[in-house]
Design a protein around this ligand. Structure first.
Ligand SMILES: [Zn+2]
Length: 274
C-alpha cells in the first residue's frame, strides 16, 4: 500500500516536472521556429557548466600555443560575431546581453560551436581549408548561435535527466533517491557529448540563415558553404559538426527553399547600411 502511494506520488512529481519544464526558448522569427521543449535543468546551471568547459578548452589551447595564434583571423571572426549578436534579439530579447566570447583555435579540425550562453569557438582548419568567405563563416556562426538560442544542449541534457530519472524510479521505491550530484553528472555528460538531433539541426539552419541575412551576410552563401562541406566529406575529411546533420542534399534544398523568405531581410540590411 505504501509502495503504491509512493509510486503515484512519483508519477505526479514527474508529470509536474514535465509540465513546468515545457517551454519554447525563442520567438519564431521570419522562418517560424516554433516547438515546445522539455527543460528539466535551469539555463543558469547549464551556462555555468558551459563556461567552465569553455575556460578549460581555452586554457588547454593556450598551453599548446593554439589560442588565437592568427591575430588577423581572430579579428575577422570576432567582427562577424559582433555584427550578428544584436540580431539575436529577434529570437531572444536576452541574448544580446549574454556574456559572449569568441575565440579561434589553431587546428586542422573542421569544427565550430557555440556553447550555451554564447561561448563561440572556431577551429582555423574549417575556415582555411575550405577557404570560407565572410558570408560562409556567418552562415556557420549563425547556425551554431542558433543551437545556443534554442538551448538545444539544455533540452538534450533534460532528456538525459528524464531517462536517468525513469531508471532511478526503481531505486527510489527502495528508498535510494537520486542525488543532485548524480543529476549533475548526467547533465555534464550530455553537455560535453552534444550530438544534436536532425530536427535541432534543421532549426539551427533556419534560424542561422535568418540571423546572417539580418546581419547583412548573403544567405545564398548557405548553398556554397554546404557544397564545400559535401566536397570535404567525400574527400574523406568529414567536418566534425556534420556527423549528425540532415542529409546533405535535403539540407541544400531546404536552404534554397528559405531564400525567398530571408533574401528580403538581407536586402533590407544592405539598404540600411549593414
Ligand atoms: Zn548543428
Amino acid at each position: 500500500m505504501k509502495l503504491l502511494r509512493n509510486t503515484s506520488l512519483i508519477s505526479v512529481c514527474l508529470l509536474c516536472a514535465t509540465l513546468s519544464g515545457c517551454a519554447s526558448t525563442t520567438a519564431g522569427g521570419a522562418v517560424g521556429a516554433q516547438r515546445s521543449q522539455l527543460m528539466l535543468i535551469s539555463s543558469s546551471e547549464l551556462e555555468k557548466m558551459a563556461a567552465q568547459s569553455y575556460a578549460k578548452l581555452k586554457a588547454d589551447a593556450t598551453s599548446k600555443g593554439e589560442l588565437n595564434r592568427d591575430a588577423a583571423l581572430s579579428k575577422r571572426v570576432g567582427a562577424i560575431a559582433n555584427r550578428i549578436k544584436p540580431h539575436t534579439a529577434v529570437f531572444r530579447k536576452d541574448a544580446p546581453g549574454w556574456n559572449w566570447e569568441v575565440n579561434v583555435i589553431a587546428s586542422d579540425e573542421l569544427n565550430a560551436f557555440c556553447m550555451p550562453g554564447g561561448k563561440i569557438m572556431f577551429y582555423s582548419g574549417l575556415i582555411n581549408q575550405l577557404h570560407l568567405s565572410d558570408d560562409e563563416i556567418a552562415i556557420v556562426m549563425g547556425h551554431e548561435i542558433a543551437h545556443a538560442l534554442r538551448e538545444h544542449s539544455r533540452e538534450q541534457v533534460s532528456h538525459a535527466i528524464a531517462a536517468q530519472t525513469a531508471i532511478n524510479i526503481g531505486t527510489s521505491l527502495l528508498g535510494l533517491g537520486q542525488t543532485s550530484a548524480e543529476i549533475g553528472n548526467t547533465a555534464y555528460e550530455a553537455l560535453i557529448a552534444s550530438k544534436f538531433s536532425r530536427n535541432d539541426e534543421s532549426e539551427a539552419d533556419d534560424i542561422g540563415l535568418e540571423l546572417s541575412a539580418r546581419s547583412g551576410y548573403d544567405p545564398r552563401a548557405g548553398v556554397t558553404l554546404w557544397q564545400k562541406m559535401i566536397a570535404a566529406k567525400s574527400g574523406g575529411n568529414p567536418p566534425e559538426f556534420l556527423s549528425s546533420h540532415p542529409e546533405d542534399a535535403k539540407r541544400v534544398e531546404r536552404i534554397q527553399s528559405l531564400l525567398p523568405t530571408v533574401l528580403p531581410l538581407y536586402e533590407a540590411a544592405h539598404r540600411s547600411g549593414r
